[in-house]
Design a protein around this ligand. Structure first.
Ligand code: SF4
Length: 359
């Protein structure tokens, strides 16, 4: 890794290190008493080798990870693991880069963690994504068998992502559709929160096993609850105060974005709690509805983004997990009912006021 990035050489100051361990412990939903155990694991001299593959994607997952700070996640990650191959970060290019990959696969066989970023095209023998003359499909089938575990970072690697949106011209899929016989964890999001990835790695290092996963292989500590249940705008939803139009008074007041198409009721992620970047914001906090980017096929199932899903209809394609769909449907149905109730309440109130005036 020391050959890859200068800042990978930076050592965390003790205070920052403890802060990182504390944040990672909290992010994993572990009690404060576990901080020492997590810190001990982070300090272990042995760093697991990691081979990071890029396929069909925008590199947003890596960009998101590198821009995280407080703590400097990039530094922590780069000190924590031995990053043997990463096309965006490594200094090597061309033939030398491909030789690095071959060398790492042979040297660390059965020991390395394989991180995959991006979807994998399968149509026409995967010809739509080639690196060094080989298809993404070939590379994955070459690298995955030697991995001790696989982490699919981002919605593309987890579920296919935007490439897999209908009509999915390249036959893009997520890693789990190709690799069936390896421990695999999905950390979806477009991009995923870097702390969720960090916490997953830290959990692996601390406990030598995966955290508890949901049926989509997402860590429950990060994807165990709906956005809607953690959202700071929820009191407005409950009280029937909705943004009716971007820029209106309700929008300025921070009202609920459900009527603007927010998919928080059908989306599982910890965005309202973990938040993004130094400023600690997240899309809904900034005034834009959730688009459901941590769910499978969200480009098809969560669109149109600026309209809420039909109350009782099952989203086309069935890509949303049943539980989310059921609860989402319930929530959306409840929301529709709630809106109706609030609207009715508004009518009653207006009528009462009118009657009062006439008396
Ligand atoms: Fe928050 Fe969206 Fe739920 Fe409204 S509908 S409370 S904005 S998650």
């Amino acid at each position: 890794m020391s050959r890859l990035l200068a800042h990978g050489l930076m050592k965390l100051r003790r205070r920052d290190f403890l802060k990182a361990a504390t944040i990672a412990t909290a992010a994993m939903g572990l009690p404060a008493s576990m901080v020492d155990k997590v810190a001990a694991a982070l300090k272990a001299p042995e760093r697991p080798p990691v081979i990071w593959l890029h396929f069909m994607e925008c590199t947003g997952c890596t960009e998101s990870l590198l821009r995280a700070s407080h703590p400097d996640v990039a530094t922590l990650i780069l000190d924590l693991i031995s990053l043997e191959y990463h096309e965006t970060l490594m200094a090597a290019a061309g033939k030398q880069a491909e030789e690095n990959l071959k060398h790492a696969v042979e040297k660390y066989r059965n020991r390395y963690i394989c991180v995959v970023e991006g979807g994998i095209p399968t149509k026409d023998d995967g010809v739509y994504c080639k690196i060094g003359g080989r298809t993404a499909l070939e590379i994955l089938k070459d690298v995955a068998p030697g991995a001790s575990a696989i982490i699919a970072i981002g919605t593309c690697a987890s579920f296919g992502g935007v490439q897999a949106a209908s009509p999915n011209p390249t036959g893009a899929v997520g890693v789990q559709d190709i690799v069936k016989d390896k421990p695999l964890i999905n950390v979806p999001g477009c991009p995923p929160n870097p702390y969720n990835f960090l916490s997953t790695v830290v959990y692996l290092l601390t406990f030598k096993k995966f955290p508890e996963l949901d049926r989509l292989r997402r860590p429950k500590f990060a994807y165990g609850r709906r956005i809607h249940d953690q959202c700071e705008r929820r009191p407005h939803f409950d009280e029937g105060r909705f943004v009716e139009q971007f820029g209106d008074e309700g929008h300025r007041q921070g009202y609920c974005l459900y009527k603007m198409g927010c998919k928080g009721p059908a989306t599982y992620a910890n965005c309202p709690v973990q938040r993004f970047c130094d400023v600690g914001t997240w899309p809904v906090g900034s005034g834009h509805g959730c688009i459901g980017c941590t769910e499978p096929d969200f480009w098809d199932n969560m669109t149109p983004f600026y309209q809420h899903l039909p109350g009782e209809e099952v989203p086309a394609g069935g890509g949303i997990i049943r539980q989310a769909e059921r609860i989402g449907k319930f929530a959306l149905g409840a929301a529709a009912a709630g809106i109706a109730v609030h609207a009715a309440a508004g009518v009653i109130k207006k009528a009462t006021t009118k009657e009062e005036k006439e008396e």
